[in-house]
Write a protein that binds this ligand. Structure first.
Ligand code: PEP
Ligand code: MN
Length: 339
């Protein structure tokens, strides 16, 4: 349930309500909006007399949340959540659209720096790159591990751009969080609940990809795991799901963008690279993502896609990325946003 405080409720009154809820065994999460404070109380409602809470000074209303996801729901928080990265980069902040770009994998310093400088020049605001790679085959390139994180940190130093990278294992969360500005939970790990809890305990922004076989509700429940640990800095990423259609690598569920914006307060971005699997389809789906209301895009860009150690077929060359950024500017303007 949520307890909506009156606009004039004092800090003491809010504290009194939260104390009472905690004493009755509730998990308490505060959401301080521009106009009012909302207290999310997660727990067994039969443990408390609701009237005693309703009567407390400063309480306006008690509203049950019927959806299985609570803290991520629009009912809990009406205002859009803005996710803040180092260096003042913000995702979900009104008009501004966030572009994350870079190669699928960090393959070496030269390759990554070349990609990083190119995407920065093209106007990207966040670097992407994989150091721990979830590969279908155990014999395929698995990523450079910590060396890859160090290379991305060097690219951040040279470009001034923050970076997002995947963490696959609870045992690596501390290490990846030491370097990265944002932790990515890959599609294959969307329902790895221990990992979700672990990243929820960090203070780092989280990029939560949708599982290829997951419904929107399952995806939101995964986000709920992260928020339930106290980390509300979550960005959702639609990266395509598996359908009966096999002509493309995945099928982008464009519906998911407005659906998620309606159901939650979290920012949502689209990944047209994994969504299509083919570089020449990426621009159309990138444009569609922005037109549908996404708060950002994640796009794979490689200086030499033919030589990429992973996902070369879906990676844009830097010059194609520059061209796409020009197109995206126009689409963004047409829907009242900006790149
Ligand atoms: C990636 O971003 O490189 C990646 C592996 O994505 P996904 O988890 O969406 O497949
Ligand atoms: Mn990839």
């Amino acid at each position: 349930m949520i307890i909506i405080m009156r606009p004039d409720a004092t800090a003491d009154q809010i504290e009194h309500v939260t104390d009472k809820l905690k004493k009755s065994g509730f998990g308490v999460h505060l959401s301080q909006g521009a106009e009012r404070t909302v207290i999310g109380a997660i727990g067994d409602k039969s443990a408390i007399q609701l009237e005693t809470i309703q009567m407390l000074p400063g309480v306006s209303e008690i509203v049950p949340i019927r959806k299985p996801y609570k803290l991520v729901s629009r009912e809990f928080r009406k205002e859009d959540t803005v996710v803040q990265l180092a260096g003042g980069v913000r995702i979900g902040a009104g008009q501004k659209i966030a572009i994350m770009a870079g190669p699928c994998s960090v393959e070496g310093e030269k390759q990554f720096l070349e990609a990083a400088i190119a995407v920065k020049q093209a106007g990207a605001g966040i670097l992407r790159g994989g150091a721990f790679k979830p590969r279908t085959s155990p014999y395929a390139f698995q990523g450079l591990g910590e060396k890859g994180l160090q290379i991305m940190a060097e690219a951040r130093r040279q470009t001034g751009l923050p970076f997002v990278t995947e963490v696959m294992d609870t045992r690596d969360v501390e290490l990846v969080a030491k370097y990265a500005d944002m932790l990515q939970i890959g599609a294959r790990n969307m329902a790895n609940f221990n990992l979700l809890r672990e990243v929820g305990k960090t203070k780092k922004p989280i990029l939560l990809k949708r599982g290829p076989g997951s419904t929107v509700q399952e995806w939101l429940m995964s986000a709920e795991y992260v928020l339930s640990e106290g980390n509300n800095q979550v960005v959702l990423c639609e990266r395509g799901i598996r359908t009966f259609e096999t002509i493309t690598r995945n099928t982008i569920d464009i519906n998911a963008v407005p659906v998620v914006k309606k159901l939650t307060h979290l920012p949502v971005i689209v990944d047209p690279s994994h969504g299509t699997g083919e570089w020449d389809l990426v621009p159309a789906i990138a444009r569609a993502g922005i037109a549908a209301g996404a708060d950002g895009l994640m796009i794979e860009v490689h200086p030499k896609p033919d030589e990429a150690m992973s996902d070369g077929a879906q990676s844009l060359k830097p010059d194609t990325f520059v061209k796409l950024m020009g197109e995206l500017k126009l689409v963004a303007q047409a829907v009242g946003r900006q790149l």
